[in-house]
Design a binder for this molecule. Structure first.
Ligand code: FAD
Length: 493
């Protein structure tokens, strides 16, 4: 790789009281947290995997305030780490250990500015919690389809910056596909207003897409105009039991053939993951009488009253059963039951931590290669760590699995986690060999930063560094996330 075009960072300023005072003048003392009891929760993520220190958390309340603090930070050479709901999984939203990186929290940018049901557009600020937008859309008889396990805490700015995926990608796409425009504050404090609400706009380079999935390394997103969709008239949710990943794929193929774009969710769950969830997630319970090695959660969303959703999902079951793809199924009879089925799936991300260490992957391969991937990766892990408990689950319909490995029962947690890199390297080699991605939806952050250059085209990697240097010539914007800064100034921090 060509490191000559890496951003050339300046040495971040030490956050002394003189600098802190200047920020307080800009946004008010109450919106500048400095006591470690107040700043600590922003410095660590929920799994405690990533943590750092900061002398200052800023909570600006408007785009103008973000602009003012960014301008000051730029002049004073202060490094900024943008943070939304702090639910990211790759260590991109927490500061380093120096104490000198300022966290800019978007939690006070929490207004839904407009919601236009006729044009199907909402303009929302970055700190709006995803669930808050889902509810506002519902109240206007519209759908904002982005849905993920962290939706009660993650924020729109974080969703855009990670280009979050979730459980509705199959028919609505990733977050990127739901965005019409953004408003962003650049590292030097300039406000770039691309907050258009147009469905069609071919006026040159589409710069918003650099910030979507940019992990806060190019600027702070302050607001976005987002697409809304019609609410489905009917939704059918079912859990199908299957014996093998091959049969799960056959079921997916059959369901897609029957339902087309009405198939809005297709998730894979292994028995181990279901057992963990039943054990640790309040209210989760088994939905079928006998245990089965694998389960598929299907969701069908019907837009037209002319289509009988129940008949459709029953036809899928009957045909799949006759073909020998499916052993058993539970069809949700009520909205509550549908929510319970989803709870089983959504709970799976969180519960693994109660079973000791878990080595995680967020991989994608071409959709039809999921069974072949599992046929290679599962035995490789079982051979490397005898007794390990694989929990590969997730968005099978998108070719995306959270291929997680829980420690063997009774094993030493730290000794198991010490093998994280070794197991990642082994699994990622299989993924790359199959034409897949080492990060399907969570991003790169610090977790996968050093692996990225090896799997990305070198020219693409160099262009990414040039873009970073163009937007952030001083290297002050979420330093060392996604792309490592040239470390000329660095002492051992
Ligand atoms: P944060 O964690 O605060 O930040 C994430 C990144 O965005 C950081 O790089 C940060 O610097 C940057 N950032 C945040 N706000 C801004 C802004 N306004 N401007 C510029 N940069 C910003 N992810 C999925 O894709 N699919 C899933 O199904 C999924 N399920 C999850 C389930 C659980 C239980 C948990 C805990 C997480 C899950 N995630 C999932 C990961 C996470 O929820 C998403 O990445 C989410 O989009 C992060 O949003 P956040 O507001 O918490 O962002």
């Amino acid at each position: 790789t060509n490191s000559s075009i890496s951003p050339k960072p300046v040495e971040p300023a030490r956050l002394d009281s003189h600098i802190l005072e200047q920020f307080k003048v800009l946004i008010g003392e109450q919106n500048c947290l400095t006591a470690s009891a107040d700043t600590d929760p922003y410095c660590r993520e929920w799994r405690d995997k990533f943590f750092g220190k900061t002398a200052l958390v800023l909570k600006p309340g408007s785009t103008e305030e973000v602009s003012a603090v960014m301008k000051l930070a730029y002049e004073q050479n202060c490094a900024i780490v943008p943070q939304g709901g702090n639910t990211g999984l790759v260590g991109a939203q927490t500061p380093d250990a120096s104490g000198n990186q300022i966290i800019l929290s978007t939690e006070r940018l929490n207004r839904i500015r407009t919601l236009d049901a006729d044009s199907n557009v909402a303009i929302v600020e970055a700190g709006v919690v995803l669930e808050q937008l889902q509810t506002a859309a519902e109240e206007a008889n519209r759908l904002f389809p982005l849905a993920l396990g962290a939706q009660g805490s993650c924020q729109i700015g974080g969703n855009l910056s990670t280009n979050a995926g979730g459980t509705s990608v199959l028919s609505y796409g990733n977050t990127r596909d739901m965005v019409l425009g953004i408003e962003v504050v650049l590292p030097d404090g300039r406000i770039m207003n691309c907050l258009r609400t147009l469905r069609k706009d071919n006026t040159g380079y589409d710069l918003k897409h650099l910030f979507i999935g940019g992990e806060g390394t190019l600027g702070v997103i302050t607001a976005a105009s987002l697409k809304l969709y019609p609410r489905p008239k009917d939704q059918q949710v079912a859990i199908f039991a299957v014996e093998t990943p091959e049969k799960a794929f056959s079921l997916f193929d059959l369901a897609r053939d029957h339902a087309g774009s009405m198939l809005t969710g297709f998730e894979l769950m292994p028995r181990m993951g279901v057992e963990f969830t039943i054990k640790h997630a309040p209210g989760a319970r088994d939905v079928l009488e006998a245990p089965h090695p694998w389960y598929c959660l299907l969701e069908i969303s019907i837009g037209s009253p002319a289509v009988d959703g129940r008949a459709l999902i029953e036809a899928i079951f009957e045909e799949a059963f006759e073909a020998g793809f499916v052993e058993d199924a539970a069809l949700a009879e009520t909205t509550q039951q549908a929510a319970d089925f989803w709870r089983l799936r959504h709970g799976m991300s969180e519960v693994q931590k109660h079973e000791g260490g878990s080595i995680k992957h967020d991989i994608s391969v071409p959709v039809s290669s999921i069974p072949a991937f599992l046929a290679r990766a599962l035995p490789a892990c079982e051979e490397a760590i005898p007794g390990c408990r694989p929990v590969p689950f997730g968005h099978m319909g998108d070719g995306n699995l959270h291929f997680n490995i829980s420690q063997p029962l009774g094993a030493d947690r730290e000794a198991f986690l010490a093998r994280w890199e070794e197991i990642n390297t082994m699994v990622h080699a299989i993924v790359v060999d199959m034409g897949g991605s080492i990060s399907a939806e969570h991003g790169i952050g610090t977790l996968k930063r050093d692996e990225l250059p090896a799997v990305k085209d070198p020219v693409e990697m160099d262009i990414m560094r040039q873009i970073k240097a163009l937007f952030d010539p001083k290297g002050l914007m979420n330093p060392d996330k996604l792309i490592k800064s040239a470390s000329s100034f660095k002492k051992d921090q």
